[in-house]
Design a protein around this ligand. Structure first.
Ligand code: HPA
Length: 278
């Protein structure tokens, strides 16, 4: 433990932002972007990029999952200034929800008022095939945790509205970008579970009945914090595999990563086009 107590709340986010702001040369980012498993290569598209390793940001942790880099990057994408989080600290690594979502507070403290989240997910909708992109229209927080429990942070609200957790306006822009580029983009509901094991076939059938179209182990805590801070949110899941029991092949992380690399081109084109219009 350091001498200073870290709550991963608003004051710590401000401190972290001040520690990196000058170094990153942040001026007016149009959006903060979170890159999911296997989707980190989008960070390579940033021009005039400045990178800060997570280990050098107060309150951040080094990601331990293969395929997550662990850098906060400032740069240009689609001709606009963006901030990019390449790497997450997942709850399944043992991080409480508020720690897992802390980087979102830092993006906000650095001036981002929009958030784009991405993740790798299993397909719950039976027609989904590996490699499909799904725009997230809503989510189910089934992690059993919430990043906003405890005392109300300055700038937070106690009972935050989540009616439009994912912005309809940004969703329409994503659809328009997908159409302009000819990139197929489905839409659906993302169920966020704690993990780290993949689901059982019975759990996938349960998620289907609950109204989920895709399932993963991230994102929901970040979106809860972002909405609480008044950020507008958009998101995309890359379907890396049919959910357990939908296909007979066992699931593994390597497959998730390989699918991310295969989809990286279309995903990157789509995000760059979307950002260019903000
Ligand atoms: N389940 C949960 N998370 C995932 C999956 C899955 O099938 N695929 C990629 N991330």
């Amino acid at each position: 433990m350091s001498a200073m107590t870290t709550t991963h709340g608003a004051a710590d986010a401000q401190r972290a932002a001040e520690a990196v702001c000058d170094r990153l040369g942040v001026r007016a980012p149009v959006i903060g972007i979170v890159l999911g498993s296997g989707l980190g290569t989008l960070a390579d598209r940033l021009t005039e990029a400045t990178r800060v390793p997570y280990a050098e940001i107060p309150g951040f942790h080094a990601p331990k999952v293969d395929g997550h880099r662990g850098e906060l990057i400032a740069g240009q994408l689609g001709g606009r200034e963006v901030l990019c989080l390449a790497g997450r600290f997942h709850m399944y690594e043992g991080h409480p929800a508020r720690v897992s979502a802390f980087p979102i507070r830092v993006l906000h403290a650095l001036g981002a008022r929009r958030l784009f989240v991405s993740n790798a997910a299993g397909g719950v909708r039976r027609s989904f095939r590996a490699g499909e992109l799904m725009r997230i229209v809503d989510h189910l927080n089934l992690t059993g945790q919430n990043p906003l429990t405890g005392p109300v942070e300055p700038g937070d609200q106690r009972f935050n509205d989540m009616t439009e957790a994912y912005s309809v306006a940004l969703g329409e822009r994503l659809d328009a970008s997908a159409q302009a580029l000819g990139v197929p983009l489905a839409s659906g509901v993302y169920a966020g579970l704690l993990g780290p094991n993949f689901e059982t076939p019975a759990e996938v059938r349960m998620l289907e009945r609950l109204g989920a179209d895709a399932v993963g182990m991230s994102t929901v805590a970040e979106v809860i914090v972002a909405r609480n801070l008044g950020m507008e949110v958009a998101g995309i899941s890359l379907i890396t595999n049919p959910g357990a029991g939908i296909s007979s092949t066992p699931l593994n992380h390597e497959e998730v990563m390989a699918e991310g690399e295969r989809a990286a081109g279309a995903f990157g084109d789509l995000v760059a086009h979307f950002v260019s219009g903000l």
